[in-house]
Ligand binder design. Structure first.
Ligand SMILES: NC(=O)c1ccc[n+]([C@@H]2O[C@H](COP(=O)([O-])OP(=O)(O)OC[C@H]3O[C@@H](n4cnc5c(N)ncnc54)[C@H](O)[C@@H]3O)[C@@H](O)[C@H]2O)c1
Length: 337
């Protein structure tokens, strides 16, 4: 049994820790770490995790650890990935790999040099209909890919504070999922140019402070395919993730805004439940991606988003950010050089 630690016991960290303990085989979660949360000891006791620490570096120094799961804020990822890679530990890092392209490249390089696993938490790849769609696309079932679309609409109403949202979060943390999906569903092709339009439509009062809550991004690929991604922080009707690939021979769709196949018909019409969030609606995708990390740590060769995939998604995000800033389509080589 391989031994792993988890760093960052916030919303995602507690979810992943519980999933690792209760539903993932092949690894044992032996330590939890977070610098500040007062609930660290409580969470560890509840999950039966034997050790806790406030110091991530002390975990990197432990010889009895094989790997680490990083569920810390995005701007801490690169430093932690590099520290654990240097210590020879396998790394699962939540998306995004980094908040800058140079950071993403540096983290990818560090893990490659160290010869350790780097898995980026692009869990949508592990959602059932996305996994099946990729199998169909790679088997040629839709023919030549001509169009792809991916969307993320978080459940509203959005109650965040625009002044506490990191700059360009809609690209770096939300649409980064869609950029990975579009790259992954167009096998063998590379993104070549990006045109993004974004605005503060939910909180127009924060527009002049650079806040963005709504975006549409057009990505041209090296095989000629035209892809689009869109995101909103606030879908009034619930949580909505979907995608579609259209090709010369057909079309495959993924996702459903409705959480259940049950439909209620009553005097006011037809109803389908759209409630839920990422960890409830897409729990199984998180379970499968963490099982993949366990399998990788145990030496198996399983499909996953690796460091190169993290960098490729970051390239699109970086070009999108520049496209909005400059109001023009941006070539990927302009940001990638
Ligand atoms: N895959 C998905 O769909 C998905 C969904 C939500 C969040 N995420 C990602 O998960 C990560 C965490 O998000 P969250 O919503 O759980 O955040 P959060 O703020 O709830 O939790 C972050 C945790 O990290 C700890 N932390 C802060 N700075 C640290 C440091 N320097 N070293 C170690 N620990 C530190 C905090 O104390 C806290 O416990 C982010 O990268 C986010 O993008 C992914």
């Amino acid at each position: 049994m391989k031994r792993i630690a988890l760093i960052g016991t916030g919303r995602m960290g507690v979810h992943h820790a519980r999933t690792l303990v209760e539903e993932v085989s092949g690894v044992e979660l032996v330590a939890l770490c977070t610098p500040r949360s007062p609930r660290l000891g409580e969470v560890a006791a509840e999950l039966g995790v034997p050790d806790t620490t406030r110091d991530p570096q002390s975990l990197a120094a432990r010889e009895d650890l094989d790997g680490v799961v990083l569920t810390t804020p995005a701007d801490t990822h690169v430093g932690l990935v590099e520290a654990f890679a240097a210590a020879g530990k396998h790394v699962f890092v939540e998306k995004p790999l980094a908040t800058t392209l140079s950071g993403a490249r540096s983290a990818e390089h560090a893990t490659r040099e160290a010869g350790v696993v780097l898995q980026v938490g692009f869990n949508r790849r592990f959602a059932e209909s996305w996994t099946r769609a990729r199998e169909l696309v790679t088997a040629g079932a839709v023919g030549e890919v001509q169009r792809a679309h991916s969307l993320t609409r978080d459940p509203g109403p959005w109650r965040g504070d625009p002044d506490k949202v990191l700059q360009d979060t809609i690209f770096l943390q939300t649409l980064i999922h869609d950029f990975d999906v579009l790259n992954w569903l167009n096998p063998g092709a590379e993104p070549v140019s990006v045109h993004a339009v974004a605005d503060a439509l939910i909180r127009p009062d924060a527009r002049d402070r650079g806040f963005l809550d709504t975006a549409v991004v057009l990505v041209r690929y090296s095989n000629g395919a035209i892809a689009t991604a869109e995101a909103s922080f606030s879908a009034s009707y619930g949580y909505d993730l979907r995608a579609e690939v259209f090709g010369s021979g057909g079309m495959v769709q993924m996702g459903d805004p409705v959480a259940t196949s049950a439909r209620l018909f009553d005097a006011s019409g037809l109803h389908g439940d759209t409630a839920g969030t990422d960890t409830s609606r897409y729990h199984d995708s998180f379970r499968r991606e963490l099982q993949a990390f366990s399998d990788l740590v145990n030496g198996e060769d399983v499909d996953h988003a690796d460091g190169a995939d993290g960098v490729r998604a970051q390239l699109v995000a970086t070009a999108a950010i520049r496209s909005v800033a400059e109001g023009r389509p941006v070539g990927v080589e302009e940001v990638g050089a």
